[in-house]
Ligand binder design. Structure first.
Ligand code: BG6
Length: 488
């Protein structure tokens, strides 16, 4: 096995519907849970860190429901991709992308979530979008649910707290597979399955102050999502010949802070609870034994119905994927220095540098992660998200010079090659936020990941013009050489 990419390795780019599309009340779309997240452009970085948008309160939720404002709700405008996808896909074709990952807005297809019939305008939009991807030589990788569920499902049923939502999800995927199945190459029922735990409003749409037993509720919601995931796998395999359906987590790879056995044990637990629980259920089809201790310790009882275990067992995923931005450190030492992470507070690793948002940059950790996942599951792997969020500026010469992003991407792609040399079956890699989009965690537009710049600021003001950054030309060359030349 050589340290090189196979021919046709799927180099690509990824975005999500709520962070990009905008047009939140057009084309028959219903209001969704991400449309309700409030952002004040005056907030400082410190305010943002304190506000912790992870926890939606009933007060914020109700206020947003009746608020018609757009400026303070960034997911209502995104980058206007709903209207600009044609020109954006042209840029992605120029870039040479071989695969494009985006998500479908559930509330474009079923505005309320429990509607009897789908919204044809929503289906037509995704039909046009995916068809155009193929015309431009890109495969289509679809996330069925990237956080945003129809608000009505939360109001009427409590969202994922109810098994009824599993049934509505089944109706939703049934329509997607029948109507769009011919246009989609890879399906991912859920973005970052573990988000329910580290970001409960996004992941399972739970409003904190409505819950007496917050953790109990979250695990029950997660169980319902596991069922929904298994149903999606089952239906895809029945409806679309050769469908490939994957499972995904946000991979929080973690190292013991020292070789002290207690730190190593802590690392094993952190890995099990934050990462492996989710991929074990999706890929092995059963709740792992180590969760019994966790459930006992925190007094959690997951209510299952007859047939649930069989459904999970009989419908495991075809491949696994993950987002990877950084690595973490595990220790029993409570006084260990802290830093920020992807919606988690992390222990600082003295050997690593951090991004402007404090996320610890660790390219070798990506190779480690790929090896760990392939050793454990032996399934084909796809890196669904990786990239650097940074502040970019337009220079006097009109260019956007982002050597930091080129440095980040090239070092991570180098490690992909090494993982392939290690024997890992890796078939694709999509740069997160290939075009600048609204940040999911901090909701800022100015936390940019793209190799394509979008001229909007944190208020959503600007021309919306698309500009190629230096990293655009670099990634284009990387793809043209099939990852052989990563020189900067
Ligand atoms: C992942 C999410 O967790 O991280 C994306 O799937 C998100 O939606 C990405 O955008 C980067 O996080 P952020 O907060 O910088 O946008």
């Amino acid at each position: 096995m050589k340290d090189e990419f196979p021919d046709h390795f799927l180099f690509g780019g990824a975005i999500s519907a709520s962070q990009a599309e905008g047009a939140y009340n057009e084309g028959g779309k219903g209001l969704d849970t991400q449309d309700l997240r409030y952002f004040d452009p005056e907030w400082t970085a410190e305010d943002l860190a304190k506000k912790s948008n992870r926890r939606m309160s009933k007060k914020k939720f109700d206020k947003a429901l009746n608020d018609k404002d757009i400026e303070h709700y960034p997911f209502r405008h995104g980058i206007d991709f709903y209207h600009t996808y044609h020109q954006d896909l042209a840029l992605m074709q120029e870039l040479g992308l071989r695969v494009f990952r985006t998500s479908i807005s559930w509330s474009r297809i079923f505005p309320n979530g429990d509607d009897e019939t789908p919204n044809e305008e929503g289906i037509a939009f995704y039909d046009r979008l995916f068809s155009e991807c193929h015309q431009r030589g890109m495969k289509v990788f679809v996330t069925i649910l990237h956080y945003n569920i129809p608000v009505h499902l939360v109001l009427a049923y409590g969202g994922w707290k109810s098994r009824k939502t599993v049934r509505f999800f089944e109706r939703y995927v049934d329509v997607l597979f029948h109507r769009l199945g011919r246009l989609v190459d890879y399906w991912l029922p859920f973005n970052e399955f573990n988000a329910g735990r580290f970001n409960p409003y996004n992941g399972v749409c739970v409003i904190k102050d409505e819950e007496k037993e917050y953790d109990q509720t979250i695990f029950q919601c997660l169980h319902h999502q596991f069922l929904a995931n298994a149903i999606a796998v089952k239906k895809a395999h029945e409806i679309i010949p050769n469908a490939k359906v994957g499972g995904m987590i946000a991979r929080f790879t973690t190292y013991p802070a020292t070789c002290k056995p207690d730190d190593v044990m802590q690392m094993i637990h952190d890995d099990q609870y934050a990462n492996f629980f989710y991929t074990d259920v999706m890929a092995r089809g059963a709740y792992p034994a180590y969760m019994d201790r966790y459930f006992d310790r925190y007094g959690i009882t997951v209510h299952k119905e007859p047939g649930d275990d069989e459904l999970l067992k009989g419908n495991t995923v075809d491949f696994l994927s993950f987002s990877y931005y950084m690595s973490l450190v595990s220790t029993t030492d409570q006084s260990w220095e802290k830093t920020a992470g992807n919606l988690v507070m992390a222990n600082k690793n003295p050997y690593l540098e951090s991004s402007q948002w404090g996320w610890q940059i660790d390219p070798v950790g990506l190779r480690i992660t790929l090896n760990q996942m392939y050793d454990r599951y032996g399934l084909p792997l796809f890196v669904a998200e990786n990239g650097l969020g940074a502040k970019d500026t337009i220079a006097d010469d009109g260019g956007i010079h982002d050597p930091y992003r080129i440095d980040y991407l090239s070092k991570h792609i180098e490690q992909l090659k090494k993982a392939i040399g290690d024997g890992v079956d890796l078939f694709g890699y999509t740069v997160w936020g290939i075009i600048d989009i609204v940040s999911c965690g901090s909701m800022e537009m100015e936390k940019r990941y793209g190799v394509i710049y979008v001229d909007f600021d944190n208020r959503g003001h600007g021309t919306g013009k698309r500009l190629k950054k230096d990293s655009f030309y670099w990634y284009q060359h990387c793809i043209r050489t099939n990852g052989r030349d990563l020189s900067r």
